[in-house]
Design a binder for this molecule. Structure first.
Ligand SMILES: [Zn+2]
Ligand SMILES: [Zn+2]
Length: 255
């Protein structure tokens, strides 16, 4: 586990479990990144919709070991990737592949989120749209919906992607999920005991986006800020607002 995560656990002891789970995913991310070809253009979606065929087995071996899963359970996914009919780009649109498996839809979605993220992170590195504006409230790199935002000097609003890690600007006012600019539909929730974080919830589409102080993002990544503000997800969801993309431990709906 990194020193950074150990420090965060000291600061937020009630979030020990999510942080530890995230550290496990980070281990998979490091291993997958080492397996993937160094020639970054091999991951252009037009050529490779998921992991390159000669990397599939090693990536899945690493995934099964890190997450303590039986390798056989991942076999249908391996076959779909080898056959080239598994398109990772559908995942942020909430479209799951049609593969036979024994998992519930929720379990499959979670596994695919963890499994595909190293691919998305690599995609962001080579994508010319990285850093571009989120024109229609979707990530320009992978089309995911935003979950975390920050306010920068200007002032300018920046949205952060939990799939590919990209971030880009979006207009200052309005809901990125449905586009409404009717401010009477937008509510700010500022739960006590969570300094540096708040929630902007939209009553037009019943979704929310968290806002993190940009000063906090100097000390931690957007992933870690998303996890550190898990209690805000609970507050927003208890009020009936939905999260539109998974958090770094694969959860949209916080139980
Ligand atoms: Zn993205
Ligand atoms: Zn909305």
């Amino acid at each position: 586990m990194s020193v950074e995560i150990e420090k965060l656990i000291e600061q937020w002891p009630h979030l020990k479990e999510p942080f530890e789970f995230y550290a496990r995913w980070q281990q998979f991310q490091r291993e997958a990144d080492a397996i993937l070809p160094k020639n970054r253009t091999t991951l252009v979606p037009a050529e490779s919709k998921s992991y390159p065929k000669d990397s599939v087995d090693s990536v899945l071996d690493s995934f099964a070991t890190v997450f303590n899963l039986p390798k056989e359970a991942l076999e249908p996914l391996a076959q779909a990737m080898q056959a080239g009919d598994f398109d990772f780009m559908r995942l942020p649109l909430d479209e799951l592949p049609d593969v036979s498996h024994e998992l519930t839809e929720g379990e499959l979605a979670k596994i695919l989120f963890f499994l595909s993220r190293p691919w998305f992170l690599r995609l962001r590195e080579i994508c010319v749209l990285e850093g571009g504006a989120w024109e229609d409230g979707r990530c320009p790199v992978c089309s995911a919906r935003p979950v975390l935002s920050s306010i920068e000097e200007g002032p300018q609003r920046r949205l952060h992607c939990s799939w590919c890690g990209s971030s880009g600007t979006f207009r200052f006012l309005g809901c990125p999920n449905c586009g409404t600019e009717n401010t009477t539909k937008l509510t700010t929730l500022t739960p006590e005991g969570e300094p540096g974080f708040r929630v902007i919830a939209c009553d037009a589409c019943k979704t929310y986006v968290k806002v993190v102080d940009s000063s906090l993002l100097k000390a931690m990544t957007p992933d870690l800020a998303d996890l550190a503000s898990l209690p805000l997800d609970i507050v927003a969801q208890e009020k009936g607002y939905a999260r539109q993309a998974p958090n770094p431990i694969g959860m949209k709906k916080i139980p």
